[in-house]
Design a protein around this ligand. Structure first.
Ligand code: GLN
Length: 499
C-alpha cells in the first residue's frame, strides 16, 4: 500500500507511532498530484513548499514529544473559495484571479491547528455555481474514475483530488449539493453538515442562507474526524450555532442498526433516475435491514416537486446580493469607465463568467417589486412547508435514504448548453439544503464499467453524529472506496460520447 492511499486516521496514527514521517506522507501525496494533475486539472494552486515546511514542523514537534493535533501529518486540499492567508483565492473567477486574502477562513485555521497540512487549493465552478466543475478560469476538472466524464460540482476539484489519492481529506462548500454530488460522481464519501454546525467565516459566499463547509474523504471515519475539528461555535459567523458539539468520532462505535428506523425514498416518477442508481438505493436499504434496522418506503412530494424551483429562487436572490461586493473597488478586478456606473458595468461584465452573470441578473430581478411578491415570497413559504414535510418524517424515522444524484457522471460538455438540465440534476440534494439538514453521500461501489454508485443518507438537523454512526455501519457492509487511478487509454479505446 502506498502512503497516498492511507486515510487521515491511518496517517495520524502512523505518524504518531513514527512508522513514517509527515514529510514522507506529504511528499507521497504531492508526488501523486504531480503525476496525475495534467490528466485531472483538479487544482488551481499547489503549495508544495509550504506543505513540506509544515510537514517538517509536525515531525519536529512530534520528535520533541509535543501534542500536534488529531489530524497531525494528514495533507488536505481546500476548495478555492476558502480564504487562505497569503495564498491566492480565485473562486475560479476572473474577478478574483489575482486576489490574495490576508486571513484564513475559520475552517482552514481549525484544520491547520489540528495538524493537517494544506497542500493545494482546488478547482470549482465559478463562485460555486454549478454541478460539473466545467465553468472555471483554469478549465474543467476530469473525473478520475473516467477521464471523459465530469467530476460533478461545484467542489469537483476537491472530490477528484480525494478520489485520485492526492490527499485523504478535502474541504468543499455545499450550498445545494456541491459536496455530496461530486462525492457521488467521483465515488467517495462527502458530508454536508447541518446548517449552523460549521463556521462559514472566510468562505466566499454564494448563498449565505444555504452555504455550509463540508468535508470529503474516502472513509466515514475521516469525515467524522474532520467534522470534529471543524464544528465548533465561532462568534465570527452569527449563524454558526453556539451549542456544545458531541464527539463525532464516538458515534462510530455503533455496531449495528438494531432499533433504528430508516425511510427509503420510493416516490419516483417515470425515468426520474438512471437505472444503476435504483440498484444502489436498494442495496443500501438491504444493508440497513441486514444490520437490524426497520426499513420502510417514504415519499417527499413537496421536496421533490418544488425543491429545485424553490432552491434556485432562494439561492439566486441570495447570490445577487452577496456578489454585489465585487464592485471593482473593494476586491479584485477593476476596469475603468467614464462614470462610476460604467466602471461597475465594465468590471462586472468582463470579469464574471456567463453563468454567474445569468444568476446575478435573475436574482436581482427576483428581488424587485412584483417578482418579489410572486416568486421570492412564495419560495420562502414553500421552504417552510418543506421543513414541515421533513419534520413529519422524522417523527417516524431516524434517517432516510435517497439518491444523491439522479444521474451517473455524464460526459464533459454534455450539459453546458442548457443550464436548466443541469439544475434538474440537483433534485435530491437541494431540498436537504433548504431544510438545513445534514446529508452524507455514501459510496456503494462501482459498476462493471468502473463508474461510481452511491446513496444519500439524510438526518434531522443537528443529528450529525448519529447520522455518521449510521453511515459507518452502511459503509462497513458496502465497503470503503479505494483510490482511483485514471485509465488514460480509455479515452482512446472507447472514444466518442457514450452516455
Ligand atoms: N448545483 C447547485 C447550484 O448550482 C449547487 C451548488 C452548490 O452547492 N454550491 O447552485
Amino acid at each position: 500500500m502506498e502512503l497516498y492511499e492511507l486515510t487521515a486516521r491511518e496517517i495520524a496514527d502512523g505518524v504518531k507511532a513514527k512508522k513514517f514521517s509527515a514529510e514522507d506522507v506529504t511528499r507521497a501525496c504531492l508526488g501523486r498530484l504531480s503525476s496525475l494533475e495534467t490528466d485531472l486539472n483538479a487544482c488551481i494552486t499547489v503549495m508544495e513548499d509550504s506543505a513540506v515546511a509544515k510537514a517538517r514542523a509536525i515531525d519536529s514537534g512530534l520528535a520533541r514529544g509535543d501534542e500536534m493535533g488529531p489530524l497531525a501529518g494528514a495533507p488536505y486540499i481546500a476548495k478555492d473559495n476558502f480564504c487562505s492567508r497569503g495564498v491566492r483565492t480565485t473562486c475560479s473567477s476572473r474577478i478574483l484571479e489575482n486576489w490574495t486574502p490576508t486571513y484564513d477562513a475559520s475552517a482552514i485555521s481549525y484544520m491547520n491547528d489540528a495538524g493537517a497540512i494544506l497542500m493545494a487549493k482546488s478547482n470549482l465552478d465559478e463562485f460555486a455555481m454549478g454541478s460539473s466543475t466545467e465553468n472555471s478560469i483554469i478549465g474543467p476538472t476530469k473525473n478520475p474514475r473516467d477521464l471523459r466524464r465530469v467530476p460533478g460540482g461545484s467542489s469537483g476539484g476537491s472530490a477528484a483530488a480525494v478520489a485520485a489519492g492526492y490527499c485523504p481529506v478535502a474541504l468543499g462548500s455545499d450550498t445545494g449539493g456541491s459536496v455530496r454530488q461530486p462525492a457521488a460522481f467521483c465515488g467517495i464519501q462527502g458530508m454536508k453538515p447541518s446548517y449552523g454546525e460549521v463556521s462559514r467565516y472566510g468562505i466566499v459566499a454564494y448563498a449565505s442562507s444555504l452555504d455550509q463547509v463540508s468535508p470529503l474523504a474516502r472513509s466515514v471515519e475521516d469525515l467524522a474526524m474532520a467534522l470534529e475539528v471543524l464544528a465548533r461555535p465561532d462568534p465570527r459567523d452569527t449563524t454558526c450555532d453556539a451549542y456544545d458539539r458531541p464527539k463525532f468520532t464516538d458515534a462510530l462505535l455503533l455496531q449495528d442498526l438494531k432499533g433504528k428506523r430508516i425511510g427509503v425514498f420510493a416516490g419516483f416518477e417515470a425515468e426520474m433516475m438512471d437505472a444503476e442508481l435504483y440498484g444502489a438505493l436498494t442495496s443500501a436499504a438491504d444493508h440497513c435491514k441486514s444490520a437490524g434496522a426497520v426499513v420502510e418506503p417514504i415519499d417527499l412530494p413537496i421536496a421533490v416537486k418544488y425543491g429545485v424551483a424553490t432552491y434556485y429562487v432562494t439561492a439566486l436572490a441570495d447570490a445577487s446580493s452577496q456578489l454585489a461586493c465585487y464592485d471593482g473597488i473593494r476586491y479584485g478586478a477593476h476596469i475603468d469607465g467614464p462614470t462610476l456606473a460604467d466602471m461597475y458595468a465594465n468590471t462586472r461584465t468582463a470579469s464574471f463568467g456567463e453563468e454567474v452573470r445569468r444568476r446575478i441578473i435573475l436574482g436581482t430581478a427576483l428581488l424587485t417589486e412584483g417578482y418579489y411578491q410572486n416568486y421570492y415570497g412564495p419560495a420562502l413559504k414553500v421552504r417552510t412547508k418543506m421543513s414541515a414535510e421533513f419534520d413529519e418524517l422524522f417523527s417516524r424515522f431516524d434517517a432516510y435514504l435517497l439518491p444523491t444524484s439522479p444521474s451517473m457522471p455524464y460526459m464533459l460538455g454534455m450539459k453546458e448548453e442548457d443550464p436548466t438540465r443541469m439544475y434538474l440534476g440537483d433534485v435530491f440534494t437541494v431540498p436537504i439544503s433548504l431544510g438545513g439538514l445534514p446529508g452524507i453521500n455514501i459510496s456503494m461501489g462501482l459498476t462493471a464499467d468502473g463508474l461510481p454508485l452511491s446513496v444519500q443518507l439524510v438526518g434531522q438537523r443537528y443529528d450529525d453524529a448519529r447520522l455518521l454512526g449510521i453511515a459507518s455501519v452502511i459503509e462497513r457492509i458496502a465497503g470503503r472506496p479505494g483510490v482511483a487511478t485514471p485509465d488514460r487509454d480509455k479515452t482512446l479505446r472507447r472514444g466518442g460520447n457514450g452516455a
